[in-house]
Ligand binder design. Structure first.
Ligand code: SAM
Length: 228
């Protein structure tokens, strides 16, 4: 299966998402929930944050709201997506994928949402090892993915044109990738049990994080200290 080039979808990305989710409510709710979890898992010393695979920048405003004092960076392999993201996020520093390696040992937090299912399975370990290098010692990765055990998520992915290259991975598979790349002290959870329209009920989300039925999940872990 040929990889989807997000340059081809950058302009229509929001419309496609809104159309798919119109029954369930405002899609910015998903971004907000992810940024809130990022805040929950980190401490005050989180001052340099990268959103890896930021796309057109849907999550950046919410990361800024949760981390008002942090320097926020964003990268993607799709230049057209980065151009759109840059237009609406003047306070973010945008990085091309090729220059990321000059930021090794730099970030306190790397936030990733909906990217891994687009990375071909063969290259996922290599990409994860590079993400590991970008973090400072004891820096945190937080990666959100679609939950293949949730039938509605499966349906959404199967009917979304820019997901035609998607190879979903389970929480266990993502955990294994991060562990093999040197991460430790995992904190994982399932999320998005409640759609945006029913967000008044979102107090049930936290107690349900153990249940592998949420629409998405996250895997989060720390970069091991390097012993000399
Ligand atoms: C479904 S979009 C998600 C965008 C954004 N994270 C969000 O939540 O709206 C997937 C993004 O991952 C990017 N992507 C795919 N493979 C990548 C890779 N190897 N490195 C960086 N970004 C990648 C795509 O260009 C696309 O912008």
């Amino acid at each position: 299966m040929e990889a989807v080039n997000f340059d081809d979808y950058s302009r229509d990305y929001i419309d496609i998402m809104n159309q798919q989710h119109q029954k369930y409510g405002d899609i910015s709710y998903y971004s907000k929930q992810k940024a809130v979890i990022a805040r929950e898992l980190t401490n005050k010393s989180t001052t340099k944050i990268l959103e890896f695979g930021c796309g057109i920048g849907r999550n950046l405003q919410f990361l800024q709201e949760e981390f008002p004092d942090a320097a926020i960076y964003a990268s993607d392999i799709s230049q057209e997506s980065l151009d759109i993201a840059q237009h609406s996020n003047p306070n973010i520093k945008f990085l091309k994928d090729e220059e990321l390696h000059t930021y090794n040992d730099f970030f306190d937090l790397i936030f990733i949402a909906g990217v891994y299912h687009h990375i071909p399975p063969k290259t996922r370990l290599e990409v994860t090892k590079n993400i590991f290098k970008l973090l400072k010692e004891r820096g945190r990765v937080l990666c959100f993915e679609h939950n293949p055990y949730n039938p509605l998520t499966q349906h959404m992915v199967n009917t979304c044109e820019f997901d035609r290259d998607a190879v979903l991975l389970t929480q266990k598979e993502l955990h294994k990738l991060f562990k093999e790349s040197g991460f430790e002290e995992f904190e994982n959870g399932y999320i998005l049990f409640v759609p945006p329209k029913l967000q008044i009920l979102n107090f049930i989300e936290k107690p349900l994080r153990f249940l592998p039925l949420g629409g998405q999940y996250y895997v989060s872990a720390l970069k091991k200290e390097q012993k000399n």
